[in-house]
Design a protein around this ligand. Structure first.
Ligand code: SF4
Ligand code: SF4
Length: 191
């Protein structure tokens, strides 16, 4: 995480590599899901087809997940992420373009950067999956202070989702279906 002196250059060249990388989980928060549901008009039965549940027990590296909460399902605690097609493409990628660009998940807005709350200030750094991104190393210098607004959005969103997860994980009969329904009903994620 950065308070760094190191010079970092970045420009998104809209190559779509981060949307096609099979090993990069596109994790979604409650706010992301509520926004996608509302704008696309998807109910819980339709929304659940756009996500996958990655069981915490089979995730080999949590490097890219950091503080992201796992939520209980009938199969065990799982991370909720956008579905990947058989070739690794995100379910919302079409002709190498994001079909939900305006309402894309905060993790997509952030990549290849990640943020962390350090108490009295917010830190930024590069994703554990930064090697996927050819936009790093070219373009203008990254100015940390310019990332702060995005950091605020990302971290406030994450805090709400962690609060939701703490409540949800006390549920004695959790299922993935009920989880999606609960997210869409939760006032914390009202669009
Ligand atoms: S991999 Fe990097 S350069 Fe390519 S679309 Fe994603 S953020 Fe932009
Ligand atoms: S939601 Fe859009 S930006 Fe995010 S991975 Fe999918 S296609 Fe890419």
């Amino acid at each position: 995480m950065n308070s760094r002196d190191e010079l970092i250059l970045f420009e998104c060249i809209k190559c779509g590599a981060c949307c096609r990388e099979e090993t990069l989980l596109v994790t979604v928060t409650g706010s992301d899901l509520a926004r996608i549901s509302s704008v696309l008009g998807l109910d819980s039965n339709e929304l659940i087809r756009a996500v996958d549940f990655y069981l915490e027990s089979v995730i080999t590296s949590r490097d890219g997940l950091r503080d992201f909460p796992a939520l209980n399902t009938e199969k065990g605690p799982a991370y909720v992420a956008l579905k990947k097609l058989e070739d690794g493409d995100c379910v919302f990628l079409k002709d190498n373009l994001c079909m939900i660009h305006i309402i894309r998940p905060v993790v997509c807005m952030s990549f290849p950067f990640v943020f962390q709350d350090a108490g009295d200030h917010r830190k930024w750094g590069l994703s554990a999956m930064k090697h996927v991104c050819p936009g790093l190393g070219s373009g203008p210098e990254v100015i940390g202070s310019e990332l702060i607004e995005l950091a605020d959005t990302v971290l406030e969103d994450l805090i709400l989702f962690i609060e939701f997860a703490e409540d949800w994980n006390t549920n004695s009969e959790p299922t993935a279906q009920k989880l999606i329904e609960a997210i869409l009903k939760d006032p914390r994620f009202t669009v």
